[in-house]
Ligand binder design. Structure first.
Ligand code: NDP
Length: 314
């Protein structure tokens, strides 16, 4: 496993990291969740991601429990705040109240004294940005959070937050968590250039397009039993499971085969060609998937291969 600096910080994270959305505390039973986390740790993944909202706290409990056996300083743990955790008017968003209460609740569920990264899971238009940044800064000063991040903020929102933090001498955002894969590339236009300018690194979610870029889904065939798309609630895979994408996947499989690597390995190596990406944040329902996905770390694609992929993705 190779490690990269998270933005301009001194923190080193594994090029492949492991998340827990939908899977842990959800449709993947605990034994498989724990086995996948253990496999990841054994293979050098030092970066684990969760959020308070994933299965309303259940994912944090599963991840926290699995990580208890490892030395706390040997891994980087991230969680998030924003999405509703209850029905009350203050059970959501990025107010000082909700941030403080949810940070404490997350620490309890994760059974740890601090998280390495705390993300604002979306932008909150109903809370002044300064209130949010000050609350996050206080958590850093209290030692409960080490680094600040945002998820799915626009280039404009990121810029505003950086300028405000500098003006008010508050801790700065150092990481952004957007969706990014061969099939979803919106961040290339503005988010990456702005992040590069401000020393912010990307930790990208759904780098395998929720499994579409593994080649397991095929045109005209039912989703394989037990896969994410076989779950009634997730069958469209966020709009990524389309015929046009499955056509692209068939061509991408040929590129992978020509390089003697699997399609997931190719898809993740392609992500890691971006210097601004610190880590590709994958999901895994079984340890074997983790084993496959870590193979991408350290693989450098040639300009020729990247151009061939570009033709397919056009
Ligand atoms: P991926 O694109 O990596 O999809 C993961 C799914 O693909 C797995 O659950 C598995 O599904 C399948 N898969 C993975 N590897 C393989 C393999 N080698 N062979 C076959 N199938 C494979 O990422 P996710 O969509 O899971 O997102 C990753 C993480 O990103 C989340 O866990 C979460 O931590 C974070 N995230 C953040 C968001 C945000 O708003 N900030 C939003 C969404 C996610 P199957 O069940 O079919 O086996």
């Amino acid at each position: 496993m190779e490690y990269r600096r998270l933005g301009n910080t001194g923190l080193k994270v594994s090029e492949i990291s492991l998340g827990s959305w939908l899977t842990y505390g959800g449709y993947v039973e605990e034994q498989n969740a724990t086995a996948s986390i253990d496999k990841a740790y054994d293979l050098g993944i030092n970066f684990f991601d969760t959020a308070n909202v994933y299965m309303r706290g259940e994912a944090e409990i599963v991840v926290g429990k699995a990580l208890q056996k490892y030395q706390r300083d040997s891994y980087v743990l991230a969680t998030k705040v924003f999405w509703p955790m209850g029905d009350g008017p203050n059970d959501r968003g990025l107010s000082r109240k909700h941030i403080m209460e949810q940070c404490h609740a997350s620490l309890k569920r994760l059974n740890t004294d601090y998280v390495d990264i705390y993300y604002c899971h979306r932008f909150d238009k109903e809370t002044p940005l300064e209130e949010t940044l000050r609350a996050m800064d206080d958590l850093v000063r209290q030692g409960k959070v080490l680094y600040l991040g945002v998820s799915e903020w626009t280039a404009e929102q990121i810029t505003e937050a950086v300028h405000l933090a500098d003006k008010k001498l508050l801790d700065r955002i150092v990481v952004n968590q957007p969706q990014y894969s061969m099939l979803q590339r919106y961040i290339e236009k503005e988010v990456i250039p702005v992040s590069e300018k401000h020393g912010i690194g990307q930790v990208v979610w759904s780098p395998l397009a929720q499994g579409v870029l593994t080649g397991k889904y095929k045109k005209g065939e039912a989703a394989p039993a037990g896969s994410r798309a076989a779950q009634e609630n997730f069958k469209a895979l966020g709009g990524l499971l389309t015929e046009a994408n499955l056509d692209r996947v068939e061509l991408l499989k040929e590129v992978a085969a020509d390089h003697n690597i699997s399609l997931p390995t190719l898809a993740l190596a392609w992500i890691l060609r971006q210097k601004n990406v610190a880590s590709a944040l994958v999901g895994a329902s079984r340890p074997e998937q983790v084993e496959e996905n870590v193979k991408a770390s350290g693989i450098k694609l040639s300009d020729e291969t990247i151009a061939r992929i570009e033709e397919i993705l056009k």
